[in-house]
Design a binder for this molecule. Structure first.
Ligand SMILES: [Zn+2]
Ligand SMILES: [Zn+2]
Length: 197
């Protein structure tokens, strides 16, 4: 049995016996086929570009140094601290938050024990609180005032735990990636809940 086409592949209309396509449909059909092939080609190219970008991202991520990853993790952590403390006064001077609607409005995430002298506490949520830029940068963190409000906020036991914690810690690449990704996600959650509130 031989296959016999009964419908035109282009317009789907009925064919005469022995016809494979309406002569008037040949050009249109060829054009449509070419356009289809072109679309398939473009789709393939987009997929390849996507794979390429992912590969570039992966390579870039793989060669990041510990200091670079510390910077990224610190940025993510500090942004989370500012959002967490959006409604809290400055930890040093008690000035009210400048703008309750802006999660990053003009404040720093200030460390109680500095990242320079206590690097192992640089991502400790108890050790970092929203602070006026001025208090953070021009008052050496206003450590005495900081401690007074820190006591109120987290209690003596946790303040003393921070003060007596003198471990040394060597940050590792994947540990830092984990911290960075954790606080990026935590910030997104905070922003989402504050928007829907
Ligand atoms: Zn036709
Ligand atoms: Zn202040």
């Amino acid at each position: 049995m031989t296959f016999r086409r009964t419908r035109c592949p282009h317009c789907r209309g009925k064919l005469e016996a022995g016809q494979r396509i309406h002569p008037a449909c040949i050009d249109g059909y060829a054009e449509a086929q070419a356009a289809k092939a072109e679309r398939a080609e473009a789709k393939k190219a987009r997929a390849a570009a996507k794979v390429e970008r992912a590969e570039t991202r992966r390579r870039k991520e793989a060669i990041k140094t510990v200091p670079a990853l510390i910077r990224e993790a610190q940025q993510a952590f500090n942004a989370w601290v500012r959002a967490r403390d959006a409604a809290q006064p400055c930890i040093s001077c008690g000035a009210p938050p400048p703008d309750l609607s802006g999660l990053h409005a003009g404040r720093d995430a200030g460390h109680y024990r500095s990242t320079g002298s206590a690097s192992h506490l640089r991502f400790h949520p108890d050790n970092c609180h929203a602070q006026c830029v001025h208090c953070n940068q021009w008052g050496a963190g206003k450590a005495v005032d900081y401690r007074i409000r820190l006591l109120v906020r987290i209690g003596l036991a946790r303040v003393e735990a921070l003060e007596s914690d003198n471990r040394t810690h060597k940050w590792a690449h994947d540990e830092l990636r984990g911290i960075r990704d954790h606080y990026r996600a935590a910030l997104r959650l905070l922003v989402k809940s504050s928007c829907s509130a």
